[in-house]
Ligand binder design. Structure first.
Ligand code: PDD
Length: 278
């Protein structure tokens, strides 16, 4: 596998980083993940726009224009013969002596890696995912796609240990989002509910695309926070992310959601999203 490191295409094993990279020492960096289907990126402009926004928010200069990013992504996808999977971008502030403050003008470290994955055929899409709830332990700027992912690592591992597929994180009794996904419920009266974009959640690219699809239908969209109790009483639930598209939720904390099987709205939205993306 070939990776892109600071503008050079290298063999995986030859790509090395200095130990004093601030990404390593402070998690001082930003990342993005775009899905790849049939060798082409999905919703990529929105991912690159969010990358730019995240970098601005933490004062790292964006090293490339959108056209340059796209050029590198497509080049890497071609070199690796990637048909289906993800392309990962990470930009850190750069290399310096370990001090909290940073000098202006550091050269950002840029890494791009592809991963081959089956995204279209998913057991979770067929069976529905099992989800547990956990306290949201993250910081107050979750709208920034920071590589500081310790809270999500712990949440995902706790879910895995519990035999679950995803963790929904909860703050003040309300679901913020999944550990690596945006959370939706469908209420008994048929409204689709998902949290509005504030600093409390990541502005999910797939969530944005899905809400745009919903607005084209006669389904009702209600952008507000929902409680765990509401989720348990819902007719359906699902989550969205670049790599999982739309995934129906079968159970929450061991209790079935709706019938305990993937709901018709989640199934339709998944099909429609994939069809539009292809
Ligand atoms: N995770 N919320 C969180 C906390 C996330 O980490 C992600 C994505 C999402 C969904 O965003 P999007 O639709 O833009 O992928 C929501 C990526 C896939 C990851 O960390 O691997």
């Amino acid at each position: 596998r070939i990776v892109l490191l600071n503008g050079d295409f290298l063999d995986f094993a030859d790509a090395k980083l200095p130990i004093m990279d601030r990404g390593f020492l402070f998690a001082d960096g930003i990342y993005e993940v775009s899905a790849v289907l049939n060798g082409r990126t999905i919703d990529n402009e929105a991912h690159l726009a969010r990358l730019d926004r995240s970098l601005r928010a933490i004062d790292i200069p964006n090293p490339y224009s959108t056209a340059e990013w796209v050029g590198f992504q497509n080049d890497l996808i071609t070199r690796n013969g990637l048909r289906e999977g993800t392309v990962y971008i990470q930009v850190t502030r750069g290399v310096a002596e370990r001090e909290f403050t940073y000098a202006e003008g550091l050269t950002p470290t840029v890494l791009m890696v592809t991963q081959a994955k089956n995204l279209l055929t998913s057991k979770l899409a067929v069976d529905g995912a099992t989800v547990i709830t956990l306290p949201d332990l993250r910081w107050a700027r979750r709208d920034i796609k920071s590589v500081g992912l310790l809270a999500q690592v712990l949440a995902k591992q706790a879910a895995k240990r519990a035999g679950a597929d995803e963790a929904w994180m909860v703050e003040d009794g309300l679901v913020t989002e999944g550990a690596s996904s945006s959370a939706f419920i469908v209420t008994r009266d048929g409204a689709l509910v998902t949290r509005p974009f504030t600093q409390a959640v990541l502005p999910g690219v797939t969530r944005r695309a899905i809400t745009a699809l919903i607005r084209e239908t006669d389904l009702r969209l209600d952008e507000r926070a929902f409680s765990v109790a509401e989720a348990l009483a819902a007719q359906e639930a699902f989550y969205t992310s670049a790599s999982s598209f739309v995934t129906p939720v079968a159970s929450l904390d061991g209790d079935p959601i709706g019938t305990g099987k993937p709901g018709p709205i989640a199934i339709k939205l998944r099909e429609f999203y994939i069809r539009t993306a292809l």
